[in-house]
Structures are given as C-alpha cells and as structure tokens.
Write a protein of this length. Sequence first.
Length: 200
Amino acid sequence: MDIVCLDMEGVLVPEIWIAFAEESGIPELKKTTRDEPDYDKLMKWRLGILKEHGLGLKEIQDTIAKIDPLPGAKKFLDELRSVAQVIIISDTFTQFAQPLMAKLGYPTLFCNTLEVAPDGEITGFKMRCEQSKLTTVKALHSMGFETIAAGDSFNDLAMIKASKAGFLFKSTDKIKADNPDIPAFEDFDEFLAAIKEQLS
C-alpha cells in the first residue's frame, strides 16, 4: 500500500516566514529551507531576530490567519485523498499549522512544536525527531508501506530520494538543476496525474 508524503509550505500553502517577513517589514526573515539547508541553524537565527524586534507567537499567528492555501491546493488535496492515504510531513510547528489545516480540510499532519513563554515569546522549538521527513518515511517503510514523496526545498530531498517515487513541486531553479533526476512540476493537475501514475 502506498502513502503519499507531502511537504506543506511552498507546496500547499505559501511560506509562512516569507508572509511574516512582508507583514513585519523584516526582510531577513524571508530566508527559508530553500536558502538554508540546516534547519536547526535557520530556526535559531529566526528566533534571534524575533527577540531582537520584540515579536512573539501572537504576531506570527495574526499573519497566519490571513494566509490561504495556494490556488488549487485544496481541490488537489481532496482529490488525492480520495485515491490515496496522504500525510503532510512538515518542519513547521503545531502552533503555526492549525489554522491552515482547517482551510485544507484537516489532513493528517506530522510536524513539530514551539516552546512559548507565558508572555508569548518563542523561546525554543522541539523537533519531533531527527531528520523528521526521512525518519518518518523510513518508519512507514518498516511498517510495510511504500511512499511517494514530494516537496520544494532542501529538507525534502532525503524523503523524496528514499521513496519509491518522488517529485519536486514549485521548487527553485537551483534545486531543480542540482537534482535533474527528480521530476519537477509547477501545476497541480500535472502533479496529481504524476502521483496517480505511481499509485499501485
């Protein structure tokens, strides 16, 4: 049996940190896993900038409340879930993702957790496990499932390469050029057709 494993940000919804960078007027926060492969380093850097500007969870959640899924994402996900089991595996955090999951019809989401002080300052983050995307895909394999994986960033490549089939969706020119063996798509209809072809 196949399980489709999808990244969330950049694939189904806009990048939360880019939206927040625009809203807050702090351009440095536009850096994402498309730019920095080391997620731990990226998050610690982000938290330092938030602290410097006196920004916390509430300000980010106010931005997230205004974010809608990418055009066509809900329809794509609904149709995909009608023919396959789907898990969204994201390096985002429960406190960020919940409003977006509501807009996507509450798909299954595996993500991480923020550590938040009583005053709303984000003091740290707790990753679900090391290399969460690859670890999750390998765990599914150990339970007798096969995986089809897709994402847009450096931190998606390991799960894509470990799966029986993998795709890039709305990725960067550099990531596509560095991984010419991974089929890349920009359009939800073509992306859905490619996944359906791989379903056993």
